[in-house]
Design a protein around this ligand. Structure first.
Ligand SMILES: Cc1cc2nc3c(=O)[nH]c(=O)nc-3n(C[C@H](O)[C@H](O)[C@H](O)COP(=O)(O)OP(=O)(O)OC[C@H]3O[C@@H](n4cnc5c(N)ncnc54)[C@H](O)[C@@H]3O)c2cc1C
Length: 452
């Protein structure tokens, strides 16, 4: 399957970000693009499609609305096409269930004819004669090689599960990660004791999901976090302005040490769980005080430092996969060990430059650790206009990087860079606050001298 046509761009990976780009591009005449993904079909974080769990973003953070509210791929049009717009109107709930968001994305996929699943990308190289990128890989259904030529690339391969070092090199660390929760849930629920590690949104969702079943299955449940308390994500409206284009531009212009400091300071915005979920957990625990709920323990300040396989006969689990978990209390310094039958690591995700990019490393700007040096327009190539990366810019653009609500903003910009046309025009100003006073503000810069 070697295709000699030259595409305007090839997009690698079809998660929500590149899917949004596919929807927005579909209205652009004469733009030739194809979207490739290794999975058999679209499924948004299938290991975390827990029944009843909602998005953290309102429905307007769909694939297109923030760029073009009239677009046929909007969530509202999806409901209209399903004949259920009225129900959505009456329901008056801005927060879609994650399973519903997945259904909506799959509907969008079904209406596009340039998305190819079962396409595992293995290599990207540059052909200087034709001045194009060659994207090659395997079509996994028929086990055949394929190749596409493109003037530009948009890589949106998402993030990888972050596994604490003490679970490495054992590959079972990945197996225990929250991204595989639903797959592992039946096995987990056979244990006498389960430990959920991580106090963020995924940790809270998994803990609550297991908590509701604990009486039925009879397992004990521990929920631990390294943070000093179980805290809610900050959602004050003025705080949420740091999830906008103005802030991304301001943040991008800062130096690296300042950015790192800010990212640390903003943990209360991107870590933690949502308030309503924490409240539901509390209410459930209170309501269960007089029931036969097996032991449930919540422990903040617990930093996981070591893991050992429990091969002894007196392990608390029926399964052979018992663990000794060792923690250090972050405030008292005391160390603790506990045994458990099942572990769920809700330890987040991180971006890794995919190995298929090695063939174009000479055309890419990276830092001393090999991470991309992303320009403000999300390109990483030396010319700043050929290779664009989705969702790798936490350290360059800050919190707007992984936010679904900012997907349209980034995709509008990427499309502008690729086509040279401002198809989905971008607002001049998003925020009420000024992250750096402009000339019109009457605040005149006097030079630095104030320590940051
Ligand atoms: C459980 C969970 C819930 C979240 N909820 C929210 C939320 O409510 N609001 C919010 O703003 N953000 C949320 N996020 C953050 C973020 O928006 C999502 O992670 C989002 O899915 C990122 O989209 P993506 O397109 O970058 O990557 P992904 O959704 O991870 O998709 C990447 C795709 O690339 C494909 N791929 C990878 N490598 C290759 C290859 N070599 N060849 C071919 N294809 C490849 C994969 O198969 C995958 O389909 C959530 C994240 C998680 C983990």
């Amino acid at each position: 399957m070697y295709n000699d046509a030259i595409y305007d761009f090839v997009a690698v990976g079809v998660g929500p970000f590149n899917l949004g780009l596919a929807c927005l591009s579909s209205a652009v005449t004469d733009l030739r693009c194809v979207f490739l993904d290794r999975e058999e079909e679209f499924n948004w974080h299938p290991g975390m499609l827990i029944e009843g769990v909602t998005l953290q973003s309102p429905f307007l953070a769909d694939l297109v609305s923030m760029a073009d509210p009239t677009n046929p791929f909007s969530y509202l049009n999806y409901r209209k096409q399903q004949g259920s717009l009225f129900n959505f109107f009456v329901r008056e709930n801005f927060y879609l269930e994650r399973q519903e968001y997945n259904r909506y994305c799959r509907w969008a996929v079904s209406r596009l004819d340039n998305i190819r699943f079962n396409h595992q990308i293995e290599q990207v190289v540059y052909d200087p004669d034709q001045r194009v990128y060659r994207v090659t890989g395997t079509e996994t259904k028929q086990n055949k090689s394929f190749s596409f030529l493109a003037k530009k690339l948009v890589v949106g391969v998402g993030m990888k599960p972050r596994v604490p070092d003490c679970f490495r090199p054992a590959s079972r660390g990945i197996e225990l990660h929250s991204s595989r929760y639903l797959k592992n849930k039946p096995e987990l629920q056979k244990q006498k004791k389960i430990t959920v590690i991580g106090g963020g949104q995924s940790g809270a969702e998994i803990f609550y999901d297991l908590l509701k079943d604990s009486e039925k299955f009879g397992y004990q449940l521990d929920w631990v976090t390294r943070a000093p308390r179980f805290f809610q994500m900050e959602t004050a409206k003025l705080t949420l302005e740091i999830l906008c284009g103005d802030y991304g531009t301001y943040f991008h212009g800062l130096d690296k040490p300042t950015k790192q400091k800010i990212i640390e300071e903003q943990k209360s915005v991107y870590c933690g769980a949502n308030q309503s979920l924490l409240d539901e957990i509390y209410d459930f625990l209170d309501a269960s005080r007089h029931s036969n709920l097996p032991q449930v323990q919540l422990m903040p300040c617990m930093n996981l430092i070591n893991v050992k396989q429990n091969n002894s006969d007196n392990k608390s689990a029926d399964s052979t996969n018992g663990y000794f978990l060792q923690f250090a209390h972050t405030q008292t310094g005391e160390r603790y060990q506990t045994d458990t039958g099942g572990v769920v690591l809700s330890s987040g995700h991180l971006y890794e430059v995919p190995s298929f990019m090695e063939g174009v490393f000479d055309r890419i700007e990276r830092d001393e650790q090999g991470k991309y040096l992303q320009k403000e327009n999300w390109s990483v190539d030396i010319h700043g206009r050929e290779i664009f990366i989705q969702n790798a810019g936490f350290e360059s653009h800050g919190l707007i990087n992984q936010d679904l609500g900012m997907s349209c903003y980034r995709n509008s910009r990427i499309l502008r860079e690729i086509t040279g046309q401002d198809i989905y025009s971008i607002e001049n100003r998003f925020a009420f606050q000024s992250f750096e006073p402009g000339k019109e503000s009457g605040w005149n810069p006097m030079g630095s001298g104030v320590p940051r």
